[in-house]
Write a protein that binds this ligand. Structure first.
Ligand code: UDP
Length: 238
């Protein structure tokens, strides 16, 4: 690793599933604590860290809609699930001594601060990690798009997507032993081959704002710090 941090400011997108560990639903405290330690490692490199957390481990709007719920209501429930995950992540980070603020796109001031970009800037300048909850605040969007949006607004130099696998593969590596990992991918290829790494609106936003996306495994201890330093296994989309 180099002495000068490779990036000044990064955004980490954690899917709800990443917080589930080996479970089938909800939060696995051990996994959440390990991720907090990995984030601490990056903070200690002198890098400002923004985080967007998903909610799929608790509730997904599309599943609610498939079960007959009105889509917007189901999506609001999904956004509330991301706030629960954000609070869990904040708790784990503060337990390992990383000062953190949660800001939500849906105001709920007794629980967290509302999203105010300039205030988030102040927190980052003071060395705090900022977790953006409640996605974009709008139904019909995903937290991947929220991550691309906040990364753009906050001027993050890279969006890191922490997943269960160490990058983007030519096929599902669990089902296909011939599958190989891409080292790099272009935004265009992700679009034209319809590679399901992030939804199209997230890819479009990052492309427009020239923000590369690094897909890496959050389950490998230390992989976040490695990925921001250009080491370890990952796929970079640029
Ligand atoms: N969601 C939404 N608008 C947003 C972000 C999220 O309506 O801007 C809802 C949507 O229902 C989604 C749920 O929140 O299914 C959880 O987010 P997501 O599926 O992106 O979480 P992840 O897959 O990353 O765990």
């Amino acid at each position: 690793m180099t002495d000068t941090p490779p990036y000044k400011r990064v955004l980490l997108k954690l899917s709800g599933e990443a917080l589930m560990g080996k479970g089938q639903f909800g939060l696995d405290p051990e996994t959440v604590n390990q991720i907090a330690l990995d984030i601490k490692e990056v903070v200690e490199l002198g890098i400002e860290v923004c985080i967007v957390v998903g909610g799929g481990n608790i509730f997904r709007g599309l599943s609610g809609a498939a079960a007959g719920m009105e889509r917007s209501t189901a999506d609001y429930m999904g956004m509330l699930a991301t706030v629960m995950n954000s609070l869990a992540m904040q708790n784990a980070l503060e337990q390992v001594g990383v000062p953190t603020r949660v800001q939500t796109a849906i105001p709920m001031e007794t629980v967290a601060e509302p999203y105010i970009r300039r205030r988030a800037e102040r927190h980052l300048a003071k060395g705090r990690v900022v977790i953006f909850g409640a996605g974009t605040g709008n139904p019909y969007f995903t937290t991947d798009t929220a991550a691309a949006l906040r990364a753009s607004e906050m001027g993050c130099e890279v969006l890191l997507k922490g997943t269960k696998v160490d990058g983007v593969y030519t096929a599902d590596p669990v089902k296909d032993s011939e599958a190989t990992r891409y080292d790099t991918l272009s935004y265009r290829k992700v679009f034209t081959d319809d590679i399901g790494v992030m939804d199209h609106s997230a890819i479009a936003l990052t492309r427009e704002n020239n923000i590369p996306i690094i897909v890496f495994s959050i389950y490998e201890t230390g992989s976040f710090a490695k990925a921001v330093s250009g080491n370890g296994c990952f796929t970079i989309i640029q």
